[in-house]
Design a binder for this molecule. Structure first.
Ligand code: ATP
Ligand code: MG
Length: 447
């Protein structure tokens, strides 16, 4: 049997008593407390673990509360009527209270006992169901700050890997040998930058160093999992910081290869400016509790790729409308190989792109049709965002802003007046000017 050159660290318990840490039961979800107490009454060890303990120590409000225990999933199920067992790769108990789910996981070990309950494929973890002790459970977690346990029996925080100090110092540190841990699960690279962005932590040098080299491994991660991570990276209120961290650690090219290439070749930096502006708007919406949509997000993230593909097709002499459709399809098709963007998001994303060309029309019928399009608002917001890259369509933004404020009659009258004034766009008859406009290269490629 080969000897592992990078054994996991030896766990050493440090217990932080209640009076030396800030976690109060008042800040813990009552349902999570119920689960902890019931497990304890059943004779089992019961701990709050992971992100919740970390967030509570930082004075943040955890969005979910996970519990770790030495009870097996079946034993957990026998204690709760409202419990269901889920997962194959990672078997878990969900205790359900209305809309709140408390996830209860049995302590797991990181060692292979040969039972087939833990499977590695080319160093990657595909199944992880070997139960173990709390020490085993602590060292198989990703970062030290995520491996802290709050014990319901004495309200202490148990730390086996130095996580408590790292939380105080606001440091992300991988447990064990970073390269081995990233090879086991490349998504940990994304978790490192995501949590650093969200918590305003620094990534300690040994944890950061292998990331640019191992970034290509993300290409082999499950596309559905990467989609979920993308939503967490960009729709949790820290999109700008996430983007900057991904760029700084060489991960952007692995996630969004065509966008990364387009940003590199866009010397003026206009596309990057627009992207960052759009992400800042997204963060502001999350902060204000306004809805954010994955379709709009991906329209933004892939816009540089779309512009580049479109420019390429038009340079080959393809007609604008055909080129737009082809560029949208091509970019989507390439991207879904890495990130499983579901059709219910990719279709509206493409619509947002394709509608951009229609904003230059002042033809009455087209104006009204566009206003009535269910995707009008998203497409218009996108048009406004494009001002961050170029003001070549500032007049269009103004026109459509007014159009939304006007009544139908007012708008008709305005369009007619503009038509009568001779700019050739007010009626339905084809004019020289409009024909010229249609042949104009797509606005997208002008940026
Ligand atoms: P968030 O605030 O985004 O929920 P989190 O740390 O709670 O952050 P979860 O995905 O909810 O993230 O995971 C819960 C815990 O499970 C983590 O804190 C960590 O201990 C462990 N964990 C999650 N993903 C991994 C992984 N890929 N490898 C090892 N441990 C992991
Ligand atoms: Mg969590």
């Amino acid at each position: 049997m080969p000897i592992n050159p990078h054994p996991l660290p030896h766990p050493v318990l440090r217990s932080i008593p209640r009076e030396q840490h800030v976690i109060s039961r008042r800040d813990i979800s009552p349902n999570a407390l119920r689960v902890l107490y019931r497990l304890r009454e059943g004779g089992f060890g019961a701990y709050l673990v992971g992100g919740a303990v970390r967030d509570l120590l930082l004075g943040l409000h955890p969005k979910d509360f996970d519990v770790a225990t030495d009870a097996t999933p079946e034993q957990v199920k026998s204690l709760f009527r409202n419990c269901r067992l889920i997962g194959r790769r990672f078997r878990l108990a969900h205790v359900v209270y209305g809309r709140e789910i408390i996830e209860v996981a049995t302590f797991r070990a990181n060692s292979d006992d040969g039972s087939g309950d833990r499977e590695l494929e080319d160093g990657r973890l595909v199944r992880d169901n070997v139960y173990g002790t709390i020490e085993d459970d602590a060292i198989r977690r990703d970062f030290t700050c995520n491996a802290l346990y709050y014990a319901i029996e004495d309200f202490s925080v148990r730390d086996y890997v130095g996580g408590y100090e790292d939380v105080q110092a606001r440091v992300m540190r991988l447990i064990g040998d970073p390269e081995t841990r990233y090879r086991e699960d490349p998504v940990r690279m994304l978790r490192a930058v995501r949590l650093a962005a969200k918590l305003e932590f620094t990534i300690e040098p040994a944890t950061a160093a292998p990331i640019p080299l191992l970034a290509p491994l993300l290409g082999e991660a499950a596309p559905a999992r990467l989609f979920e991570e993308m939503l967490k990276l960009f729709l949790s209120g820290h999109a700008v910081a996430s983007f900057e961290h991904l760029e700084a650690h060489g991960l952007l090219g692995a996630l969004l290869p065509e966008t990364a290439a387009a940003l590199r070749s866009n010397r003026s930096g206009a596309l990057r400016r627009m992207l960052v502006q759009g992400l800042a708007n997204t963060d502001a919406r999350v902060a204000a509790d306004e809805p954010v949509s994955p379709a709009f997000l991906f329209a933004l993230l892939l816009w540089p790729a779309y512009c580049r593909a479109l420019a390429g097709l038009q340079a080959q002499g393809m007609h604008a409308e055909e080129a737009q459709r082809r560029a949208a399809d091509r970019v989507t098709l390439h991207q879904v190989q890495t990130i499983a963007l579901p059709k219910r998001f990719s279709l509206p994303m493409q619509e947002i792109w394709l509608l951009q060309q229609r904003f230059s029309s002042r033809q009455r019928k087209r104006v009204f049709r566009l206003l009535a399009n269910p995707r009008f608002r998203a497409a218009f917001d996108f048009l406004v965002l494009r001002l961050a890259a170029s003001d070549s369509h500032a007049a269009d933004v103004e026109f459509w802003r007014q159009a939304q404020l006007s009544s139908g009659d007012e708008l008709s009258a305005n369009l007619e007046a503009a038509g009568a004034a001779g700019d050739g766009e007010g009626d339905d008859a084809p004019t020289r000017r409009r024909r010229r406009r249609r042949r104009r290269p797509a606005t997208a490629s002008a940026e």
